[in-house]
Design a protein around this ligand. Structure first.
Ligand code: FAD
Length: 468
């Protein structure tokens, strides 16, 4: 039987792959997409962004019901936890979205191949991909172009023996069958803090072990320091500057070994020290595709690899490992292929930590500006001086806007506070449009809204904040 031929074959159906496939179909290409998992949507939809946000929402509501509502005059005598129902709700949110991607594939006539894709060589001017199904049967697919969107996998840590249960990754931490008594999180980054927050709110003692002397590496240092203080107040325990040398199960529990310190005993360990590009058995060598020293596929400005006609986007290439960055790249890459023009504004990619309060940043941090020798002005404004934040009872945090000292162009923003992840969108748009802090300050913001804090921070850049 002759192999199917597509204009474009995408390998991986995460935010990069499925969005790239849909955009290519919209542009008139005949598209196929290979995905090894039964559900479409990748890490993000299956075991990443979406399930973690579902649990963050549920656990926050539980935490509020446990006493946080009393200040509103709402008395709940006893809030109970049905973890199985909470998990089922999370699973339903996930399946409705992964099913939605399947629906979008149908609507856009994207052919779906279920199995592991591997580049096996050339057939004339076509690339050849073998799709190996779970039952070991192999389907050959041919395509004029390939888009590699195979994402990332959890980075291991030497000495930490993952057992897929007590010592696990974020995937296990999204589905613990009971609330741990004591959860040790290795790594004070976004994933560790989000999932640590979930389990702390549900009643676990949570200890975060972090190698560096701060949390949220790469995030504006002032904002990260505020976050650390607030998380400690919420009961999370932090041990900074700790080098974990091993973790193993012992009886019903686990032991985490730390250099020069007493081992930590706990009943569950979450390893969250980062993620690495996923290129296992992809056939990169056969195609002559190179990776950098961190294993990321190397691409040019149009996302093309060293092999003509093979492109790569998302977590598998350099840049922040974020779903929206992956989607932007996928759209730009496919538009480059078809129209010759595409665009990703890397200076305007927001990053959000969905803890309570949220932490959101876009553009450059103060540290980055100082390092680059840029002169800048800074405006900050606290949520405690905002009417809506007071009405919500969520007054922790602030907005910080950084603008070029000479031109006033907005260079960066860091927010810690209620709905920071939504508020950052305004500043991302401002950066993308090359706006000044004066532009934000002069735009009318509805009252009373949290967005007024962004306006006040923009006013503060030139020392004109009105409500401080
Ligand atoms: C717990 C957690 C929470 C997160 N929260 C957020 C968040 O709130 N916001 C955010 O922006 N990002 C978040 N992320 C990161 C986000 O999930 C990733 O940046 C995003 O999924 C990357 O998209 P991608 O398409 O490049 O890769 P992936 O989503 O990893 O998708 C790659 C897909 O390729 C498939 N695949 C791999 N190799 C093959 C092969 N050879 N053949 C066939 N299929 C293959 C995989 O099965 C997978 O489905 C989170 C991640 C985790 C783990």
């Amino acid at each position: 039987m002759s192999a199917t031929v597509h204009d474009l074959l995408v390998i991986g159906a995460g935010p990069a792959g499925y969005v790239g496939a849909i955009r290519a179909a919209q542009l008139g290409l005949s598209v196929g997409c290979v995905e090894v998992e039964a559900a479409l949507g990748g890490t993000c939809l299956r075991v990443g962004c979406i399930p973690s946000k579902a649990l963050l929402e549920s656990s926050e509501l539980y935490h509020e019901a446990q006493g946080g509502l009393a200040k509103h005059g709402i008395v709940i005598s006893q809030a109970g936890l049905d973890l199985a129902v909470m998990m089922k709700r999370k699973d339903t949110v996930v399946s409705s979205l992964t099913g939605g991607v399947a629906g979008l594939f149908k609507k856009n006539k994207v052919a779906r191949y279920h199995g592991h894709g591997q580049i096996t060589g050339r057939d004339g001017d076509l690339w050849q991909v073998a799709v190996r199904a779970q039952d070991a049967s192999v389907t050959q697919v041919l395509a004029h172009k390939l888009l590699l969107a195979t994402g990332s996998v959890v980075s291991p840590l030497r000495g930490v023996e993952l057992d897929g249960d007590r010592i696990g990754t974020s995937t296990e931490a999204l589905s613990y069958p009971e609330v741990p008594q004591h959860l040790v999180v290795i790594g004070g980054g976004v994933i560790g803090l989000e999932l640590g927050s979930v389990w702390a709110r549900l009643g676990a003692k949570v200890t975060v072990l972090e190698y560096t002397d701060r949390i949220l590496a790469g995030t504006d240092a002032e904002v990260a320091a505020i976050a650390l203080k607030l998380f400690k107040k919420q009961g999370l325990e932090f041990r900074l500057g700790v080098r974990v040398t091993g973790a193993r199960t012992q009886g019903d529990g686990c032991v985490v070994e730390c250099e020069g310190q007493e081992p930590v005993l706990c009943d569950r360990v979450l390893l969250a020290v980062g993620r690495s590009p996923n290129t296992a058995d992809l056939g990169l060598e056969q195609a002559g595709i190179t990776t950098d020293k961190r294993g990321r596929i190397e691409v040019d400005g149009h996302f093309e690899t060293g092999a003509k006609g093979i492109f790569a986007v998302g977590d598998v290439i350099a840049g922040p490992m974020l779903a929206h960055k992956a989607e932007e790249e996928a759209v730009a890459c496919v538009e480059f292929m078809v129209t010759g023009y595409g665009h990703v504004d890397y200076a305007a990619i927001p990053s959000v930590v969905y803890t309570h309060p949220e932490v959101a940043t876009v553009g450059a941090s103060e540290e980055e500006l100082r390092e680059a020798g840029r002169t800048y002005r800074k405006g900050t404004f606290p949520f405690v001086a905002n009417g809506r934040a007071k009405a919500l009872g969520q007054t922790d945090g602030m907005v910080k806007i950084l603008a070029d000292a000479e031109t006033d162009r907005v260079l960066g923003c860091a927010i810690i506070g209620p709905r920071a992840g939504d508020l950052i969108a305004e500043v991302a748009v401002a950066i993308a449009f090359g706006a000044s802090s004066e532009d934000i300050a002069r735009a009318c913001h509805a009252h009373p809204t949290l967005a007024e804090v962004v306006k006040e921070a923009a006013l503060a850049v030139s020392g004109r904040a009105l409500h401080m």
